[in-house]
Design a protein around this ligand. Structure first.
Ligand SMILES: NC(=O)c1ccc[n+]([C@@H]2O[C@H](COP(=O)([O-])OP(=O)(O)OC[C@H]3O[C@@H](n4cnc5c(N)ncnc54)[C@H](O)[C@@H]3O)[C@@H](O)[C@H]2O)c1
Length: 278
């Protein structure tokens, strides 16, 4: 029955989730327990099926197709957020793993995309709101020289890709691009903490380790060396999306009201184990 009286929107905070894949959908379901949801993704078909699934499950959900790498698309998405009264929680989950695209696209989606979203959505952050950007354990493994660091510190530069191409040349590939983009994303969230704080908003990142999702499975198939990482993980297994949701939910909640500009590793201890390997 389509009677609008049955479907009026509740007076709940707005949670914006960018990315409706394995992890994004789990995060949306968690945040949507106590919020209206606005979910965005490049894949319009996926959005449609997520919308009908979640509506059937009793969630209040609106969707919007968006390409996070495209300024016009992100600007128009920001107007949608404004029309919905601004956001209270933002989870930016969309990203590409090394096997999914060439290095240029991996860099654009994983770094330029979040940077554009952070810039365009900040004006629509309600007081006391919070954002979490999903980075990766890979970001903790990346190292780069000062020249590359300087380029990565300006992710909105029109010639970001050309500059990286000039600086890294043949050395660059999708795997390195993933490492660098995720490290630069952690740095971006730290750098933006001050400007977000001026708007009474918080911003943090979460770095998942090996997580059981279709993306994680694809990388195990294409990079068998990941089994070595799994073996060395102190908690001897992959994580699951619910464990990432717990971290995201915590950082977005009032329980994290004094936490901003930091990264939370949710990796079963592998980063620490590698650092202090005996
Ligand atoms: N799964 C893991 O093991 C793991 C580990 C560490 C970090 N991560 C990170 O977690 C995040 C989500 O992973 P997932 O398992 O949900 O992946 P996924 O592939 O299931 O979902 C990613 C989503 O991003 C969307 N997307 C891609 N390009 C986009 C664009 N230009 N604009 C808008 N949306 C776009 C895709 O359509 C897809 O729905 C990624 O940022 C990934 O790097 C995953």
């Amino acid at each position: 029955m389509d009677d609008p009286r049955l479907y009026s929107w509740p007076d709940l905070p707005l949670a914006v989730v960018i990315g409706a894949g394995g992890m994004g959908l789990a995060v949306a379901k968690r945040l949507g327990q106590h919020a209206r949801l606005l979910i965005a993704d490049l894949d319009a078909e996926r959005l449609e099926s997520v919308k009908s699934d979640l509506e059937a499950g009793g969630y209040w959900i609106q969707t919007a197709p968006v390409d996070v790498t495209d300024q016009a698309s992100v600007t128009s998405f920001a107007s949608t957020v404004e029309q919905m009264g601004g956001f209270d929680s933002l989870a930016h989950v969309a990203g590409l793993s090394p096997s999914m695209a060439n290095w240029q696209t991996v860099m654009s989606v994983n770094l330029r995309g979040p940077a554009l979203m952070a810039e365009k959505l900040l004006p629509h952050a309600n007081r006391g709101s919070a954002a979490v950007f999903i980075s990766s354990l890979a970001g903790h493994m990346a190292t780069f020289n000062p020249e590359v660091g300087k380029i990565l510190a300006d992710p909105l530069a029109d010639d970001l890709i050309e500059q990286l191409d000039r600086a890294l040349g043949a050395e660059m590939n999708s795997t390195l691009s993933y490492l660098l983009s995720k490290k630069a994303l952690i740095n971006l969230c730290q750098r933006l903490a001050a400007s977000w704080g001026r708007e009474a908003a918080r911003i943090n990142s979460v770095s998942p380790g090996l997580i059981a999702t279709p993306m994680g499975a694809l990388e195990f198939e294409n990079q068998p060396s990941k089994f070595d990482l799994l073996e060395k993980t102190p908690i001897k297994r992959q994580g699951n999306v619910h464990e990432i949701c717990d971290a995201v939910e915590f950082l977005l909640s009032p329980k994290a009201s004094f936490i901003s500009g930091t990264d939370l590793l949710v990796d079963g201890g592998i980063n620490a184990a590698l650092k202090f390997a005996q």
